[in-house]
Ligand binder design. Structure first.
Ligand code: GLY
Length: 333
């Protein structure tokens, strides 16, 4: 069975009723919506999908969904698992530092209503995904950076922590011997965790958290906390999140692109493939030098994943099964 067919959850029939009722009295809008949004026909099943092999994170998110938690709670709790894992050297505590030995974290979260919160270049806070949610829910802003974001975190009760583990420090000291900045494909010096979930109501939310490129220049921010690039959710259509070379994802606003392609009727798989091809075309000869991986889900619970180089993989928790899958990829030779 083709991967693109592997999960076809389809959505709540009640949503179909809701969709119809919300457009009554607005005929031109109704027509517009009908042409853009795939009709909802079947009951939706909850689903979690995340970049890379993160079964503990997807299991946590699944547990939240089974407890009748929202997709928003699920993606936050799922990402927190990876942020707390000191063996994950690309997210949260234990992430690899910048060139000056500082760990600076980026994260964003987006809910079913299109609300978005992000933090960038934050030190000393493990759970930046929860801080991003606080920005979304407790401030009039959508993005907070650096020191201001940290002050806000402490005011919200977050603990100041040393995120640099002995292992990360040793890796940084070894890197300093040569100080050669050369991102490695698929290790790429990081594995951003992006997660999308559909809850029992059929609502979609997403989250994305990273320590960014290892040994980056101080102050560098990638795609992960930037709306439309590292993550985008439109609860009428679906969601997408990205991993890999943030600079390239930013230049194509890849997650927004995937959601818009799905809005136009493409499946999540076709949308991810088209967005990766766009990145490849824009990069010209450079595309072999970096990895980008995209995962997406639509309102019907269909999923898609695609990347440039082989070996990107993703984890799906659906139908009581938590499975890691290899992504299809662009460079076949
Ligand atoms: N995709 C994460 C980053 O480039 O920072």
């Amino acid at each position: 069975m083709k991967r693109r067919k592997f999960i076809q959850n389809a959505s709540l029939s009640t949503l179909a009723v809701m969709a119809t009722s919300t457009v009554i009295g607005c005929e031109s809008k109704t027509k517009e919506k009908e042409s853009l949004v795939t009709p909802v026909t079947h009951p939706v099943q909850p689903l979690v999908i995340a970049t890379w092999n993160v079964p503990r994170a997807t299991a946590k998110a699944w547990e939240v969904l089974q407890d009748r938690g929202s997709a928003l709670d699920a993606v936050e709790q799922g990402c927190r698992v990876e942020e707390a894992d000191v063996n994950n050297s690309s997210v949260g505590k234990g992430g690899l530092p910048d060139r000056d030995g500082r760990i600076t974290l980026d994260a964003c979260i987006m809910d079913k209503d299109g609300n978005y919160g992000a933090v960038m270049c934050v030190q000393h806070i493990t759970h930046v995904i929860s801080l991003a949610r606080k920005v979304m829910e407790e401030t009039p802003h959508v993005i907070m950076v650096g020191e201001g974001a940290e002050q806000f975190a402490y005011a919200q009760g977050f603990k100041k922590e040393n995120l640099l583990t002995e292992a990360s420090k040793r890796a940084w000291e070894k890197w300093k011997e040569q100080s050669v900045y050369q991102p490695i494909i698929n290790i790429e010096n990081h594995d951003t965790i992006g997660m999308l979930a559909i809850d029992k109501h059929g609502d979609i939310s997403g989250a994305c958290t990273t320590s960014g490129l290892a040994y980056k220049m101080a102050g560098r921010v990638g795609d992960s906390p930037v709306i439309g690039s590292g993550l985008f959710i439109d609860n009428e259509v679906g969601g997408c999140t990205a991993t890999g070379m943030g600079e390239e994802v930013l230049k194509t606003v890849a997650s927004f692109l995937v959601v818009e392609l799905m809005r136009q009727g493409k499946s999540p798989q076709d949308a991810c493939e088209e967005a990766i091809k766009r990145i490849v075309e824009k990069a010209g000869d450079r595309y072999t030098a970096f990895q980008v991986g995209l995962i997406a889900v639509n309102k019907q619970g269909e999923i898609g994943a695609y990347c440039i180089h082989k070996w990107f993989n993703y984890t799906v928790y659906a139908d009581e099964k938590n499975i890691n899958y290899p992504s299809d990829f662009y460079i076949k030779t």
